[in-house]
Design a protein around this ligand. Structure first.
Ligand code: ANZ
Ligand code: ZN
Length: 821
C-alpha cells in the first residue's frame, strides 16, 4: 500500500462528493432535519485561519449529524455587498461587480480545498440580482406595514467613508471600518422601526437556552430597558412644561436643578432675547462636533451653562434652575432630566462644579444619617427630607410617589429603551438600491413589486467624493412615478449590508424561488437554524437584526417561527504569539500553505484539536506537525494490517487482552459521541481517538494471538470516528479496508453496553493507609474472599512483617486497609 499522499486522497474525495452530490439535500425525507450554519464570509478574496476554524467546526457538526441519521442542511454563500469593493474601484479602477465576482471565485476554490460538506446548489451571493430583488421586496413589505420610514435627524457621519453610520457602527467615537473620528450631520435618512420590537427582542432572549449567556447579556444591555417615570415640570414665567425621564422618581425631593440636552427643542425659546442667549448658543456650537459617546463617557468633565430660567418641582413645589449640559443626550428618554446630585454621581460632579445645592433624600440607615461629600449615595435606603414619604424604604416610596405624580396629573410610569431605530440608508453604490421614487406630485412612492429588481446601473463614476455614485448615472436616476407616470427621481441611497445578512439564512432554505424570497413550507421545514456558528463580534448587530427580521416576517405571515437561531456557538479567535492573527500585525499563517504542505485533514484536525471551540486558539507549528504525524500513524496502522492480512486471523477463546481492547473500543465510541452531542468538546474527542490508536498498536504488537475480527472492528471504529474531523483520509482508508459505501453515508457507530461492563475491577490493598498493591479481582468477589486475598498478598505480607494485625477494613470493589501495630 502507498504512503499517505494528502493531495491525491483529498482531490479524489472532493471530486467524489461533488459528482455524487453527497451533501445535496431536499425536504422530501423521513429523517429528522438538522440545519447547521456558519456565518457567511465577506468575499475578500482570501480565506484566513479564522474562516478555517469557523467552517471546520461547522463541518464536524454537519458530518456528525448526517452520520447520526439527520437530513442535514449545510449551506454556504457570500455577504457580497460593501465598501471594500467600492474602494477597490476608486483605487484601481476595477468595477465592484468584477472585483467581487473574481473574489468569490477565488475564495470558493480555497474553501473547496478544505473538503467542507456544503450543499453548493444552494449557494447565494447578496449582490446577485436574484438575491437583492428579494431584499428590495422585503423592504417594500416593511414600507407597506409602516416598519420603515424616512426622517431628518442628526446622524453619525464618517468624513472618510463619506457616509452615515448606524450607532452600532460607531466604536468609541470612531468609524468601525476606517477608524476616523465620527461627527454629526443633519440628514434625511431611512430607518427600520426596530424599537417597536424592543420588548419582544428582550423577552424572547429567555427562550434561547442554547445561546451563550454573555451574548444574551450583551443584547439585553444593547436594548437597555429602563423602568421609571416621565414627570412634567412647569417652566416659571412661560406657559410650557419640561418633561423629564427618570428611573428614580423616589428621589424627586432631592431634585435641585434641571438639565436639558443642548439640542432640546425648547432651548432656543428659553433664552430668546435674554442675556443668556449668547453663552447658551456658544456652548451648543462647541458641542456640535463632539460625539454622544465622548459626551457621556465617565472621564469626560461634566460641563454646562445656566439658561436664566427656572422651573417648578411638581411634588415639592420648589423652584429650581434650568441648565443645559454635555452629559444629557437629546435622543434618550425625553432629552431632559431632573438632577439629583445627592444620589447621582454625574449630577453631583456637575453640582459641585457650579455650586448647586445638594439635598440628600435617601439615608443608608433609619436614623437619618446622611453625609454627601464627593460621592453620591446610589443605593436603596430610607427616605429623608421627603415630607409624607419620610422613613419609608425607597422600595416602598417608589410606587407611592409615582401614584402621587399620576394623581396630580404631573406624569406617568413609563419604560424606556436604549435601543434606537435602525438607520439603514448609506450614500454608497455597492449595496441594494432602496426601491423608492420621488415624484414632484406624489411625493415618496414605492416601486411596484412587479418592477423589481431596481438594478444597480453600470454607468457610474467612482470618485470617492460627494454624493452617492448612483447620482452620476442618468439611466438610473430618472424614473417614471409608479402612481402618476410623470418623470421622478430614484432614491440614490443603498441599504446597509446588515440588511442583506438579516435574512440570508432563510434564502438558503429555498434559494431558487423566483416567486418569493422563501416559501412558507420550505422555511417551515428547515427553520430554525439548529446550530449557528460565528464570531462573537456579531453578538449584537447581526444577531439582533436577524432576530428582528424574523419577528417581523412572522407578524407578516411570511414565516412560522419567532427566533431564527436555536443554538449559537461563538468561536474564539485564532492567535499567533498571543495576538489575534491579522494582516496589519503580520502574524498570519496562510491556510493555503498549510493545506499544501500537510493537507486539509491535518489543518482541520489541528484547529479542532488545539482548543475547545469557544476558546481562543494559539497557533502552533509543532501542533500541526503532531496532527500530521497522528494521521500518518493511522494510515500506517491500516496499511500494515492490510499488508499482513491481520483482519483474517481467527482465534478460539477471548482472553483478557481482547476484553480490554473491546472495552476500549466501545468506551471511545461512547466518549466521542457524548463529546460531539452535548458539548462540542472536539479536542477531548480527538484525544480519546488518539488513545484508541495507541491501544490498537499495543494490541497488534503485544497480543499472543490476534483476534482479526476484533482488531478490524477497532480499526473501522477509528476510521469512522475521525470521519467528521478529517474526512478525506477516513474515506480513503474505509475504501482500502474493502468497504464499498462512502463513509459520509455511513451510520455513526453505537457502543455496545455489555462491552463496558468490566468483569474484573481493580482494588487497592493498603497497610495502615499506605498503598501496598493494586490487583484485579472479579466483580463478584465477596467481602471475606477479598479480605483473604489481601492478607495472602506477598507485598502486603512483607509490609506486615512481624507486627500484629489489629483490624481489617474492607470497602467492596475498592480497597482493603489492614491496620497493624
Ligand atoms: C433622576 C435620578 C436620580 C436619576 C438618581 C438617576 C439617579 P438609565 O438607567 O440609563 O435609563 N437620564 C435620563 N435621560 C437622560 C438623557 N437624555 N441623557 C443623560 N441622562 C439621562 O438612566 C436613566 C437615568 O439617567 C435617569 O434617572 C436620568 O437621571 C438620567 F438618583 O433621574 B435619573
Ligand atoms: Zn407621481
Amino acid at each position: 500500500m502507498d504512503n499517505y499522499n494528502t493531495k491525491q486522497v483529498e482531490k479524489k474525495w472532493q471530486e467524489h462528493w461533488d459528482q455524487n452530490k453527497v451533501f445535496t439535500v431536499s425536504e422530501t425525507t423521513d429523517k429528522p432535519k438538522y440545519y447547521v450554519l456558519e456565518m457567511f464570509p465577506y468575499p475578500s478574496g482570501k480565506i484566513h485561519m479564522g474562516h478555517v476554524r469557523n467552517y471546520s467546526i461547522g463541518d464536524v457538526i454537519a458530518r456528525y449529524k448526517k452520520m447520526k441519521g439527520y437530513n442535514v442542511l449545510h449551506p454556504m454563500g457570500w455577504d457580497a455587498f460593501g465598501l471594500p469593493a467600492e474602494n477597490a474601484a476608486i483605487k484601481h479602477g476595477i468595477h465592484p461587480d468584477n472585483w467581487t465576482t473574481q473574489n468569490i471565485k477565488d475564495m470558493k476554490e480555497q474553501l473547496k480545498l478544505l473538503g467542507l460538506s456544503y450543499d453548493w446548489d444552494r449557494e447565494i451571493a447578496t449582490c446577485n440580482k436574484d438575491y437583492y430583488k428579494w431584499t428590495q421586496w422585503l423592504f417594500l413589505q416593511f414600507y407597506k406595514n409602516d416598519l420603515v420610514y424616512k426622517k431628518e435627524s442628526r446622524v453619525n457621519w464618517c468624513p472618510s467613508c463619506e457616509t452615515v453610520l448606524a450607532n452600532e457602527q460607531v466604536v468609541s467615537g470612531s468609524c468601525e471600518r476606517c477608524d476616523s473620528a465620527v461627527g454629526k450631520r443633519l440628514l434625511s435618512q431611512w430607518y427600520f422601526r426596530i424599537t417597536d420590537y424592543a420588548d419582544k427582542l428582550l423577552k424572547d432572549l429567555d427562550a434561547l437556552p442554547g445561546w451563550p449567556d454573555k451574548v444574551k447579556t450583551m443584547q439585553g444591555n444593547w436594548i437597555g430597558k429602563s423602568e421609571g417615570a416621565e414627570i412634567e415640570f412647569k417652566i416659571d414665567g412661560l406657559a410650557k412644561n419640561i418633561k423629564v425621564f427618570t428611573t428614580r422618581p423616589d428621589t424627586i425631593y432631592g431634585a435641585t436643578y434641571m438639565v436639558l440636552a443642548p439640542e432640546h427643542a425648547l432651548v432656543t425659546e428659553l433664552v430668546k432675547n435674554t442675556n443668556f442667549e449668547e453663552t447658551v448658543n456658544e456652548f451648543i456650537n462647541k458641542l456640535q462636533h463632539v460625539s454622544d459617546i465622548e459626551r457621556t463617557s465617565a472621564d469626560t468633565e461634566k460641563e454646562g451653562v445656566f439658561t436664566g430660567r427656572y422651573c417648578i418641582n411638581p411634588i415639592s413645589n420648589k423652584k429650581i434652575p434650568i441648565y443645559i449640559a454635555n452629559y444629557v443626550l437629546a435622543d434618550y428618554g425625553t432629552g431632559a432630566i431632573m438632577a439629583v446630585p445627592a444620589h447621582d454621581q454625574r449630577d453631583l460632579d456637575f453640582a459641585r462644579k457650579y455650586n448647586i445645592e445638594v439635598i440628600p433624600v435617601i439615608s443608608s440607615s433609619i436614623d437619618g444619617e446622611t453625609n454627601i461629600e464627593n460621592e453620591a449615595y446610589t443605593q436603596d435606603g430610607y427616605m429623608v427630607n421627603s415630607e409624607e414619604f419620610n422613613n419609608m424604604t425607597t422600595k416602598e416610596a417608589f410606587p407611592k410617589i409615582c401614584e402621587k405624580i399620576e394623581s396630580i396629573d404631573a406624569g406617568k410610569v413609563t419604560t424606556n429603551y436604549r435601543l434606537r431605530d435602525w438607520l439603514l440608508s448609506r450614500q454608497r453604490y455597492w449595496g441594494t438600491p432602496i426601491p423608492i421614487i420621488y415624484c414632484e406630485k406624489c411625493g415618496t412612492v414605492p416601486v411596484e413589486e412587479e418592477n423589481l429588481p431596481v438594478q444597480l446601473p453600470i454607468d457610474v463614476k467612482f470618485t470617492g467624493k460627494g454624493l452617492s455614485p448612483l447620482t452620476t448615472s442618468e439611466t438610473f436616476m430618472n424614473a417614471k412615478c409608479p402612481k402618476c407616470g410623470i418623470m421622478g427621481k430614484r432614491e440614490t441611497d443603498t441599504m446597509d449590508t446588515f440588511v442583506d445578512s438579516s435574512w440570508y439564512f432563510l434564502r438558503y432554505t429555498d434559494s431558487q424561488n423566483d416567486k418569493l424570497p422563501f416559501s412558507k413550507e420550505k422555511s417551515k421545514y428547515w427553520m430554525g437554524v439548529d446550530q449557528y456558528i460565528g464570531g462573537v463580534e456579531h453578538a449584537i448587530l447581526h444577531l439582533l437584526y436577524s432576530r428582528f427580521f424574523t419577528k417581523v416576517f412572522k407578524d407578516l405571515d411570511l414565516l412560522d417561527i419567532k427566533e431564527p437561531f436555536k443554538n449559537l456557538l461563538t468561536q474564539g479567535m485564532v492567535l499567533k504569539d498571543g495576538a489575534k492573527m491579522s494582516k496589519s500585525k503580520g502574524n498570519t499563517v496562510s491556510p493555503e500553505e498549510i493545506i499544501e504542505k500537510y493537507g486539509a485533514d491535518t489543518a482541520r484536525l489541528f484547529v479542532l484539536f488545539a482548543a475547545p471551540p469557544e476558546r481562543d486558539l494559539e497557533w502552533s507549528d509543532q501542533g500541526v506537525e503532531g496532527c500530521y504525524r497522528f494521521l500518518n500513524r493511522v494510515w500506517r496502522l491500516v496499511a500494515e494490517s492490510i499488508e499482513k492480512d491481520l483482519f483474517k486471523r481467527t482465534k478460539e477463546d477471548i482472553d483478557s487482552q481482547d476484553k480490554e481492547l473491546r472495552y476500549k473500543i466501545h468506551s471511545t465510541i461512547k466518549k466521542v459521541t457524548e463529546d460531539l452531542d452535548t458539548r462540542f468538546n472536539f479536542n477531548t474527542a480527538i484525544s480519546s481517538i488518539m488513545e484508541l490508536v495507541n491501544e490498537l498498536y499495543k494490541y497488534k504488537e503485544q497480543s499472543k494471538i490476534l483476534d482479526g475480527n476484533l482488531f478490524k472492528n477497532g480499526i473501522e471504529t477509528i476510521v469512522t470516528l475521525i470521519a467528521p474531523f478529517s474526512p478525506h483520509i477516513a474515506e480513503e482508508l474505509w475504501e482500502l479496508i474493502g468497504n464499498k459505501t462512502s463513509i459520509s453515508n455511513l451510520a455513526w457507530p453505537e457502543y455496545e453496553r455489555d462491552a463496558l461492563v468490566k468483569d474484573e475491577i481493580e482494588v487497592v490493598f493498603q497497610v495502615n493507609g499506605k498503598l501496598k498493591n493494586k490487583v484485579n479481582v472479579s466483580t463478584n468477589i465477596d467481602k471475606e474472599e477479598l479480605e483473604k486475598l489481601a492478607l495472602q498478598d506477598e507485598k502486603v505480607k512483607l509490609a506486615i512483617g512481624e507486627k500484629n494485625v489489629i483490624k481489617v477494613i474492607v470497602v467492596p470493589k475498592k480497597l482493603v486497609n489492614i491496620v497493624i501495630k
